[in-house]
Design a protein around this ligand. Sequence first.
Ligand code: NAD
Length: 388
Amino acid sequence: MINVAVVGTGSISNLHIKGLLEFKDRCKIVALCDIYPEKAEDTKKRYNLDCEIFDNHKSMLASGIKIDVVHVCTPPYVHAPISIDCMDAGCNVLCEKPMAPSVEECDKMLEAKKRNNVTLGAIAQNRFRNEVYKLKKVLDSGLVGKLKFIQVNSFWWRDHCYYDLWWRGTWEKEGGGCTLNHAVHHIDMLNWMVGKGPKEVMSMLTNVCHDNAEVEDLSVACVKYDDNSMANIISSVISHGEEQGIVIQCEKAKISMPWDIKAEVGMENGFPTEERNQKLIKEVTDYYNDLPDLCYEAHTGEIDNFLTAIENHTEPMITGEDGKRTIELITGIYASGFEKKTLSLPFEKDSVYYKEGGILKNAVHFYEKTKSVENFSEQRITVGNYKK
Ligand SMILES: NC(=O)c1ccc[n+]([C@@H]2O[C@H](COP(=O)([O-])OP(=O)(O)OC[C@H]3O[C@@H](n4cnc5c(N)ncnc54)[C@H](O)[C@@H]3O)[C@@H](O)[C@H]2O)c1
């Protein structure tokens, strides 16, 4: 039986707890921790848990309770210190996105993992969605040829008051705006699809709808890979309809999430035929439709995978290295936007943008935070739109 603790019992912890409760025969929630312990008490009651409550993770780790895995569900600025303390206490860690606000902190987490010989996973639960995982399978099948251009539409919508929560909307505590905290999901998918990071990035950042936040609510970035293929990443929390998607142009066809395929063939003059390449379209569509669905999706899928990694002493599907690669690209988008120039990736260790606090030093404050709400009473959240 794997003993699990959850640190941070706000909105997202509900999806972690529901996921863990799917696997009652494999794991037990033994501790909940929140700087507002009454929130942890409420959570304990809501899920009828038999566990201890703590108001800080250090006393939890010193309590003598046997904890095998800690789920870190706090705001981003404390992901690294809490994860490192937990790993130094011998616990395995599954850390919510974004892994940390800087690449240096990600490296410190990876060093703690190595030093303590424990497992570190980074939440990127959308890889465990049928639409996303099947798209990756089609890409890897080779049926559509080499990847040439990816459009990433990380389109979300958040009301003005979203940024009133005390830690949101600040470079210091949230670590960034929609690029770090929302597009993080799609940037993980992008890195996963491509299988490597880009060598160059250029971007623009702005804030057009949230004058109560320091951070960006819209960014447009363009990245280039060492084989000259490119990606265009739009990160937004101003998009009505939240029509999120990834469009992948390959040599032989375009495939996308939500699922679609188009494949052109040319006439003698180079213009596309009206009929398109129906043979390839049928072959790829059949391949896609024959792929089995995942047993568990989203957070539950990733939690299942992480528990399996602990049980079998293997690496989880989404590792700390993956979490770091995502932060590297996001940091590049910020740095290029602040500096107003094209930059090379990854950053060297002596770059200010590699370092903890580097973004904070150079960040553009689009606005200042005008209000700070301790807690919203509404706990329901949505976590993305992946279907047509
Ligand atoms: N994977 C997803 O789809 C997804 C969705 C939403 C949020 N998140 C991420 O989850 C994290 C939490 O977001 P949320 O929306 O649940 O926020 P939240 O504010 O609702 O919950 C965070 C909780 O952490 C507690 N906390 C803060 N500092 C703490 C500390 N030092 N020790 C213990 N508890 C502490 C807060 O009191 C709060 O209860 C963020 O990193 C966010 O980006 C992920």
